[in-house]
Structure formats: C-alpha cells, structure tokens
Design a protein around this ligand. Structure first.
Ligand code: HEC
Ligand code: HEC
Length: 461
C-alpha cells in the first residue's frame, strides 16, 4: 500500500469582488427540501452540501481532467496523423486471426470503451474483465496487474494474445502491405513501409517470438526468418502500437456534471453547482471524507494509479484468487518492447526507470490497479473479473465486505478497507455521485474515421 497522501490545505475558493465570501453550510437533514433551501438564495449564500476543508481541497483537485502528459517513449504520441491512423486501426478487425475481432470489440465506445461481459471474449475466453480505457493516457501502469508501462507496448499484447485477437506480427505486416489505404497511412506517419507486396507475401502468415512455447510452430517460423527482416517486422509492429497509442491518448474523459459543479464552486455560480443533485453532493462528501474512497480513487481520474487488494472473490468460486500485482513485475517488458528497450524513443528517460527498486513482496498478492471512476456508470460489470454487476453491488461490498475474501496470510490488513456500515440512503448518495462522473462523449470517439489517413495529412505532403 502506498501511504495515503496528506492533503495540503487549499483555501476555499473566493471571489475577488466580495469581501467575505461565505458558503452557506447546508447540513442536509433528510427532511429539508430543496424548495425550502431555495427561498434563502442570495448571491453570497450558495446552496450546497457543506464540505470540510479537506473534502473541499480534494474535490477541487479532482477537476478538471488535465491534458495527457507528454510521452517521450513514443515520438508519434501527439501527432494527429498518427492518432487518426490509430483510430482506424483500433476499429479494424483485420488485425485479428479470424478477421472478426478488433480492439473495439472489447473496448467498445457504446459501453464506455469496455464491454458488457464479465470476462473478455475475443478469439478465446479471457481471465479478466475488459477495463474501460478512459484516460488510459494518464496511466503509469497498464493492465489490472500493471504488467506494462507504456501505452504503445500495451497495445501490442492483445494483437498476438491467443484469446484476444490471436494474430501474429507477420500477419499484421501482410494486412498493411495488401491494402493501399493502410500503406498510405503508414507511409505518411512513419515513412516508407519497409515491405513490398511480394516481400510481405513471402513471409510466413503466422510467425512471432512471443508464444513462450518452444514447440510452437509460430516461434519456429519466426526463428527461421532472417535477422534483418525480423527487425523490419518488429519495426512495423511497434509503429502500429505507437499509432494506436496516439489515438488512445485522445480518449480523455469528457466534462461531467461533477466538473460543472466544481466550476460552480470556483466561480460561486449557483446554476453550475446545481449540476449535482443534493443526493450526489452528499455522495461526494462521503466519497471525499468519511467513506475514505478518495484515498485510492484520488485526483481528476479518480485513481491513484496504484494497486490494492479489495478482497473481491474470484468470479468462479472454484478457482483460486489471481495473484495480481505480485506476478506482474517479472513480466514487465519481458517481450522486449519495454520503455527501456531500443524500440522506445526515450530509453534512458524516467519511464525506463519506473520499475527500478520494485520488489515482488508478499503484500502485492491479490492487488489490482485502482480503476479510474470517470464514466463509471457506463462500464458495468465491475472489478477485475466483472464480479459485480452494478454500482450498488460495488458500494455494498465496501459497506459490509460480506462474502469478501478473508484478508489471507499474504495481505496486510488495510485500515482503508474496514466495513463502512453505510445506511441505505448513503449507498444511494454514493451511487448518485458516481453517476455524476459521466459526461457526453464526442462523436470523434464513437467509431472509426472514413479512411485510415486524413485528407489533411495528404495535403501536408
Ligand atoms: C478480447 C477482448 C480484448 C481485445 C480484443 C482487446 N482488449 Fe484491451 N484489454 C482486455 C482485457 C481483458 C484487459 C485487461 C487484461 C489484464 O489486465 O490482464 C485489457 C486491457 C487493456 C488496456 C489497459 C487498461 C488499463 O487501465 O490498464 C488497454 C489500454 C487496452 N486493453 C487497449 C487495447 C487495445 C489498444 C487493443 C487492440 C490492439 C485491445 N485492448 C484489444 C480485453 C481486450
Ligand atoms: C484501498 C483502496 C480503495 C479504496 C479505499 C476504495 N477503492 Fe474502489 N477500487 C479499488 C481497487 C483496487 C479496485 C479494483 C479492484 C478489483 O478489481 O479487484 C476498485 C474498484 C472500484 C470500482 C469498480 C470500477 C471498475 O471499473 O471496475 C468502483 C465503482 C469503486 N472502486 C468505487 C469505490 C468507492 C465508492 C469507494 C469508497 C466507498 C472505494 N471505491 C474505495 C481501490 C479502492
């Protein structure tokens, strides 16, 4: 467990035109109605659920969602032509072995860039729930156990994973070589595509070094390819990951009612504060205060980006709990495409050193990455195996820990995860607050572009 951050007290927002701004403390007893509150409305007396200094400071820190920070490991990270190509690839089912699965099969914009399933189903049945990827560009670690440390490296995994897209990097080279539009898009972003149609056609359809099974045909075929050709195949493969990552960086959560409310607090604007119902405001107060959610779901993405054991039992009670973060450290960058590898555009930078000093200690057992709660109302089912179908079930878990795994001999009891004993009304309030983190999704994120390259990038030639 990372130690909880000590919030530095932030002064309450104030309006330079008013002498002593006073936010009316509305202690909402269940009987007090919004109507009776509205009667005493004056410019200086805003009607909202009163937050303590700490709750207010945390609330202000949680909005707005910032722009995604630079990623020097991917020199195309913020290239609009790369993002355009990546958006195309994200929805292109030809990147799978059957021709029927794309990234968007499991990260479907219609389901908040997740799917409706408990565990992912692609070319096979997976072990984990498809996480939503809102704000993935902000993540320090990717995957439930954080076994990847760059967005472009993460994107390469599912393409060759047998239960996800089941393809192989040689097949990806062939798909691009055979399609004039894909080649044009590739050329524009990365320079000349290194294979002619004939050269690509001569490659084995399925060759990759990653299978881990020494008997595997695809590994044998990979080893038979000349070293310099393997190098070019890897280059194409990495570039595909970098284009997809450039697109994923644009999947930044939209402005939600919660953000409008925070603006309202800053600007002392009652109409904006009203973007949150009183129930949602009471839920916010719990979230940022007594219910302790903010210790892990902190900041504008509502995640600390780190790993915790919330004692959620496996989906299938006959299976043993997954080891989570404990198993991830040896896997980081084991595929040779890590932040410190020569495929990174910043192999000596801070990302490359991110794993230094990390030890697979026993308390990492059963820890999973804290998911971002942005858009969470649209991403059910929840938790690493979709164990909980609804937000209510999630909040009830934190309230009672009924049916939870015992703290176990590995885990250190976590004082943040004591049963909260919430009332039914408090559960409703927390859910109302979680729902207020959903904003309206822009059209450009709901499907592929018309072509893999944009008319603009053609003109730039
Ligand atoms: C068959 C369903 C499936 C497909 C297809 C798929 N994914 Fe995923 N994705 C998952 C699952 C399941 C996980 C979590 C796996 C884990 O943690 O071990 C995941 C994790 C991720 C994450 C990490 C999110 C986070 O917060 O840590 C990103 C980003 C992602 N996928 C992007 C992609 C991209 C890009 C593609 C296409 C190249 C893709 N996925 C294809 C199911 C899928
Ligand atoms: C000790 C850290 C911690 C605390 C405290 C905490 N959470 Fe979580 N939360 C997590 C982790 C880790 C997961 C993922 C667990 C898993 O998949 O097994 C999670 C998952 C969730 C999810 C599901 C998200 C998804 O996409 O699957 C929701 C909703 C949620 N938490 C809400 C809350 C609320 C509300 C509170 C306060 C009542 C809270 N959390 C307190 C760490 C925490």
């Amino acid at each position: 467990m990372t130690p909880p951050p000590t919030p530095s007290p932030t002064p309450p927002p104030h309006n330079s035109h008013s002498t002593l701004p006073r936010l009316l403390s509305v202690l909402l007893a269940g009987t007090l109605t919004a109507v009776s509150l509205a009667q005493s409305n004056t410019p200086d007396e805003l009607h909202r659920v009163a937050l303590s200094e700490g709750e207010l400071a945390r609330t202000l820190r949680a909005s707005p969602v910032p722009a995604v920070a630079a990623d020097p490991t991917n020199r195309h990270a913020d290239d609009p032509a790369a993002a355009h190509f990546g958006r195309w690839l994200f929805f292109d089912t030809r990147l799978s072995s059957s021709g029927g699965i794309s990234c968007s099969t499991c990260h479907d914009p219609a389901f908040g860039f997740s799917d409706e399933k408990e565990v992912a189903i692609g070319e096979g049945v997976g072990t984990f729930n498809s996480p939503h990827i809102w704000g993935a560009g902000h993540s320090r670690w990717l995957f439930w156990d954080g076994r990847s440390e760059t967005l472009w490296n993460q994107a390469l995994g599912p393409i060759e994973n047998t239960v996800e897209m089941g393809s192989a990097r040689t097949a990806i080279v062939q798909v691009i070589a055979r399609d004039d539009d894909l080649r044009a898009a590739y050329d524009r972003v990365f320079g000349p595509f290194p294979f002619s149609l004939e050269e690509a056609g001569a490659l084995p359809a399925r060759a990759t070094p990653i299978t881990g099974d020494p008997q595997s045909m695809s590994l044998m075929l990979w080893d038979m390819i000349e070293a310099s050709v393997r190098e070019s195949i890897n280059e194409v493969f990495v570039n595909i990951g970098k284009a997809i990552a450039a697109f994923e960086r644009t999947i930044n959560p939209p402005v939600a009612p919660f953000d409008i409310y925070v603006q309202g607090i800053r600007e002392r604007d009652q109409a904006k504060i009203d973007a949150l119902s009183f129930s949602a405001q009471r839920g916010l107060k719990l979230f940022m205060g007594e219910a302790r959610c903010h210790f892990c779901h902190s900041g504008p993405l509502f995640t600390d980006g780190e790993f915790h054991n919330t004692r959620v039992p496996p989906l299938d009670p006959d299976t043993s709990p997954h080891e989570g973060r404990h198993g991830a450290l040896p896997k980081l960058a084991a595929d040779g495409f890590g932040a410190a590898s020569r495929w990174s555009d910043d192999p000596d930078g801070p990302r490359a050193a991110i794993t230094e000093g990390l030890l697979a200690t026993q308390e990492l057992w059963g820890q999973f990455k804290t998911p971002s709660l942005r858009q969470v109302a649209t991403t059910a089912p929840y938790m690493h195996q979709g164990q909980f179908p609804t937000l209510r079930r999630v909040v009830e878990h934190y309230s009672t820990f009924e049916g939870a795994l015992p703290p176990g001999h590995h885990a250190i009891p976590d004082p943040l995860l004591e049963p909260l004993g919430l009332s039914a009304a408090q559960i409703d309030d927390l859910i109302a607050f979680l729902r207020s983190l959903e904003g309206e999704v822009g059209e450009e994120l709901t499907g592929p572009p018309e072509r893999p390259y944009s008319a603009k990038s053609l003109l730039d030639q």
